[in-house]
Design a protein around this ligand. Sequence first.
Ligand code: SAM
Length: 286
Amino acid sequence: MTSTHEQWDIVSGVGITALAVASGRAGESRRADRLIEDPYAQDLVAAAASPRLDALTGASAEIQAAMSGYLGVRTRFFDEYFLRAAAGGVEQAVILASGLDTRAFRLGWSDGLRVFEIDQPKVLEFKDTALGELGATPAADRTAVPVDLRDDWAGALREAGFDPARPTAWLAEGLLPYLPAEAEAQLLATVHRLSAPGSRLSVEHVSGPRNRILSDEILRIGHEWGIDLADLLDTAERPDPGDELTGLGWSVRREPTREIAAGYGRPLTGFGSSFAEIGQLLTAFR
Ligand SMILES: C[S@@+](CC[C@H](N)C(=O)[O-])C[C@H]1O[C@@H](n2cnc3c(N)ncnc32)[C@H](O)[C@@H]1O
């Protein structure tokens, strides 16, 4: 499918944010008190070999601690979500805007479970090449679905072998802040339409006014990394995704990120603690 939307790769546009969070997971994996271990994150960051990365990987210890601290919590939460879903009988997982998420390679999935990863073509191309060169082997039946989430991604997913009659675990991690309001509404409606009974969806959500995420601190750090977050994030107001899912008949659990972090015994610092104050991780069941 030819997209009419702008394209990016792993070092441009929203693509570089996938690299930024992978560098956070690499940092988390090196911590003595790590909540997750991503054995591919560091090599994926290195494989991108972009001068813009020097700023990312050379960030101050304080910024790196804030980044890895927050990403450790979010990654661990969604790892557990998928593991519970697999144990609970879902047969498919769909990672919306998968970026450099390596869960298909590093989680203990149940036999026969299919993992679909959706992201822009050049992002997935970079990831597949880099993981191939690292000799990484998927731990599930993994299929990359290169498509823009503002286009007909449901059609691409079905063509890739997704079966809407089977229960599915969906994930939207680090995605909604970048999506225009119409695309977000479309995304939730499509997930609903493609979800058999027994399906679930987990979402990273920023509560309250959308522009709360754009604190002076986060804008300054973004600039240090050559990332203009004010340009990348879509701050147009839209309905709360938890309320939308409830309206569609899903049962929604909201967990404030700061409580999840406290449950893991992880003190958050810097912008990680600001994110946790305004963040909620939602899990919805159909
Ligand atoms: C912050 S990264 C998060 C990646 C991954 N979920 C993670 O947590 O590591 C944002 C990702 O969203 C993807 N993305 C944003 N808008 C998208 C769109 N319209 N279509 C497809 N992918 C999109 C980007 O390419 C990027 O990989």
